[in-house]
Design a protein around this ligand. Structure first.
Ligand SMILES: O=P(O)(O)OC[C@H]1O[C@H](OP(=O)(O)OP(=O)(O)O)[C@H](O)[C@@H]1O
Ligand SMILES: O=c1cc[nH]c(=O)[nH]1
Ligand SMILES: [Mg+2]
Length: 207
């Protein structure tokens, strides 16, 4: 599984704001939006394009358009904070939704929402979730996508734990990871260390 860590000073500054426990909900959300812009921009770097003639006020030249406009899939709740920025960067993208919340005892994801197109064959999919911890939520989401025919999936995360990266690799799914950081690991509550806490709570308040 290919992992791309976006290593850029501007991304690192935004990640620092998100990590900082003193950042309030609004500050955290604003930093997530701006960091999402950078992550999606990098994630789309190799996206294939078609060329066509575009007529400027002066002459005709080559224009480009995305060959395959993608599907964006925010994983609720925390991924909601990424979808507005991602879709403004890719206005042609469609959006599907998956909702799940980890059980605090088992740390397993409990799904509560699935709203996805039936056929995803030939459509690149970008899953938006700030946190890849055990990987359970991301693997479950990709299971749903692959069952609909997806063969080209990118997980766009802010912070990943090595355990989550290993789970994505072990899943055998056609996925690559774009993230701002791979952290040290998980604590006994399956939270990422040093991480940034609960990304849903830090945007929207406790459930
Ligand atoms: O890799 P995992 O161990 O599955 O953990 C990661 C998941 O945990 C968080 O969601 P959470 O379950 O806290 O729900 P929320 O977004 O509603 O807060 C996060 O946004 C991921 O979806
Ligand atoms: O550190 C973590 C782990 C799972 N979910 C979060 O929001 N944060
Ligand atoms: Mg949460």
């Amino acid at each position: 599984m290919n992992t791309h860590v976006v290593d850029h000073p501007l991304a690192a500054v935004l990640l620092t704001t998100m990590r900082d426990a003193r950042s309030d909900n609004a500050t955290f959300r604003a930093a997530l939006r701006r960091l999402t812009h950078m992550l999606v921009y990098e994630a789309m770097r190799e996206a294939p394009v078609d060329t066509f003639d575009v007529v400027t006020p002066i002459a005709t030249t080559d224009g480009v358009r995305l060959s395959h406009p993608p599907l964006l899939v925010p994983v609720l709740r925390a991924g909601l904070g990424m979808v507005e920025q991602a879709s403004s960067l890719i206005p042609q993208a469609r959006v599907g939704f998956v909702g799940m919340a980890r059980d605090e005892q088992t740390h397993l994801p409990v799904p509560y929402l699935e709203s996805l197109p039936a056929d995803l064959s030939g459509i690149p999919v970008y899953v938006l979730d700030p946190m890849l911890a055990t990987g359970g939520s991301m693997v479950h989401t990709i299971d749903l996508l692959v069952a609909r025919g997806a063969t080209d999936v990118t997980a766009v995360c802010v912070v990943a734990a090595p355990e989550g990266v290993a789970a994505l690799t072990a899943s055998g799914h056609p996925v690559r990871l774009v993230t701002a950081a791979v952290d040290e690991g998980l604590n006994g509550d399956a939270f990422i260390v040093p991480g940034l806490g609960d990304a849903g709570d830090r945007q929207f308040g406790p459930r």
